[in-house]
Write a protein that binds this ligand. Structure first.
Ligand code: DLL
Length: 432
């Protein structure tokens, strides 16, 4: 049930003592070893000794993706390259990637935390893990891989894509756990159905899905279609990679491994720390990383911290399912809209497929949103009047739950692009 009970279930007081001790050590290191941090501290008139309690973290400067870019590629590393044993980078849509380096201890810590995650999702040494996250500069593939090896499970490093082969392996190798993005899991389910393969004939019991936002309704859909339990896993390269947080069997929020990371929620406008329970931007400080420790990293991800104790017995704080990113948030005629909210509405209606695309345009000074959504095969040949009625119902539901008017376009089954990794669901034509 637990991989490392003494840490995962540590009484909170002890956990906080450990955090403070580790935070002080980390702040000292970055101040002395990284000119970027020393300058930031000096600008604020701060010294490492000013960190006397966990609350003092709030005085310290933030780090952003821009800071990583400005120090591209190795400027924020705290150790010489001889001590770096692995380099990853996150793609980013424009310009240079952000680069992160791991020491041997960092890889060991990451493997440990990923092993905890796998166990939290019900895996064990007996598991056969089909790892369809991409291997490469992306942290998904290798992150899960090392965790699975640490756990002693059998890992199948198939990487993303090659869907026909994924299915053959699933059938022949008896995979019990599937790891990939939720959008790829939906696609796999679709291909299985087309091939007439009943998921109940497979050994898959659980899926560990993340790397992109997904809604509770998509979880239900995947669980139903693949006949598995679907767990949400969160992480980002700048902090480590997959395994910063994971759901346990309660599937009610993701535990953040607080012996290695300190989470905070801030208001992205005022930059003030918000009390537990309030939604805002997640900020994470790494307190054990050696290669590239990061102070108060502004993730841009929107969530809340849930301080209530969890029935699983783990004492580490939970964050709620990630809502989306501040930079994915569409502002349409003044209303903030996250793609996951629209996804949720579409799935509640139920007659369409979980494949959709949001197209935002600017018409004069007015922003317009078009929601393209795929019809199921069954409905595709339905009477026009029924389809018009469905379009209207979707439009009304979007208006009443999200508060914006949108154009709804029902499109042919399988006409929208499928993804093997992170999906691209928003086409924002306003920027072009
Ligand atoms: O996506 C690491 C990862 C790999 C996580 C596999 C989980 C599974 P990056 O490529 O650096 O790293 O992207 C990080 O992806 O800031 C979030 O916006 C988003 N993200 C990751 N997990 C989730 C999730 C990996 N469970 C960025 N829910 C993050 C919503 C997620 N968004």
């Amino acid at each position: 049930m637990y991989w490392n009970k003494s840490y995962e279930c540590m009484p909170r007081e002890k956990l906080q003592e450990l955090q403070l001790e580790r935070l002080k050590r980390m702040v000292n290191r970055i101040y002395h070893d990284v000119p970027f941090y020393r300058n930031k501290f000096q600008e604020k008139g701060l010294l490492p000794e000013d960190v006397k309690s966990l609350e003092d973290l709030q005085k310290l400067p933030f780090t952003t993706k821009v800071d990583l870019r400005d120090n591209y590629p190795y400027g924020l590393f705290t150790v010489p390259l001889e001590q770096i044993v692995r380099i990853h980078a996150s793609s980013g849509t424009t310009g240079k990637p952000t680069v992160v380096g791991y020491t041997r201890n960092d890889i060991s810590m990451w493997s440990e935390l990923m092993a905890r995650c796998l166990v939290a999702a019900g895996a064990g040494p007996h598991s056969v893990i089909q790892n369809a996250y991409g291997y490469g500069l992306f942290t998904g593939g290798l992150g899960v891989h090392y965790g699975a090896e640490r756990l002693g499970a059998s890992i199948i490093p198939i990487s993303g894509g090659n869907t026909a082969k994924q299915i053959m392996i699933m059938q022949d190798f008896g995979s019990t756990v599937l790891t990939c993005t939720p959008s790829y899991a939906i696609y796999l389910a679709e291909v299985l159905a087309e091939a007439g393969i009943d998921p109940a004939s497979l050994k898959i019991q659980a899926g560990i899905f993340g790397a992109e936002p997904w809604s509770e309704n998509i979880r239900k859909d995947i669980e139903k279609k693949l006949k598995i339990k679907a767990y949400d896993i969160y992480g980002l390269s700048e902090i480590m990679g997959p395994g910063v947080a994971i759901e346990c069997e309660c599937q009610d929020g993701l535990h953040v491994w607080e012996d290695h990371f300190i989470p905070e929620i801030i208001d992205p406008v005022t930059l003030k720390v918000l009390p537990y329970g309030q939604q805002g931007e997640l900020v994470i400080t790494t307190i054990t990383k050696e290669g590239i420790p990061i102070l108060r990293y502004r993730t841009r991800d929107i969530t809340t911290i849930k301080p209530e104790p969890c029935a699983c017995g783990r004492t580490h704080l939970r964050i709620s399912r990630l809502q989306g990113r501040t930079d994915d948030m569409l502002i349409i005629r003044g209303v903030n809209v996250f793609p996951t909210q629209i996804e949720s509405v579409l799935l509640e209606i139920g007659e369409v497929e979980p494949h959709y695309q949001l197209v935002v345009r600017r018409d004069g000074s007015l922003d317009t949103l078009e929601i393209k959504v795929e019809l199921s095969e069954a409905l595709f040949s339905d009477r026009i009047s029924n389809l018009e009625n469905l379009e209207k119902r979707i439009r009304d539901r979007i208006q009443s739950t999200i508060g914006i008017s949108a154009k709804v376009a029902l499109v042919e089954p399988k006409s929208l692009p499928r993804s093997e990794g992170k999906s691209q669901r928003v086409v924002d034509l306003r920027k072009i």
